[in-house]
Design a protein around this ligand. Sequence first.
Ligand SMILES: [Zn+2]
Length: 64
Amino acid sequence: MADSTLKGKRILGTARPPKATNEQRTCAKAECETLLSRYNKREFCYAHAPTKFPRLRGRIIPET
Ligand SMILES: [Zn+2]
């Protein structure tokens, strides 16, 4: 009987470690003590991150 077993290849090379910094970071807002995730590249916590609103639908009807 023919050998029909499928064989996978072992992953070669080094597995890339997740980008992370070792030091603990806190929010850039002065009085905020929120610890940022090592994987969070932003300098503010979610509460203090400057909000950007995506494109708004429709148009603004000026009040008369
Ligand atoms: Zn904050």
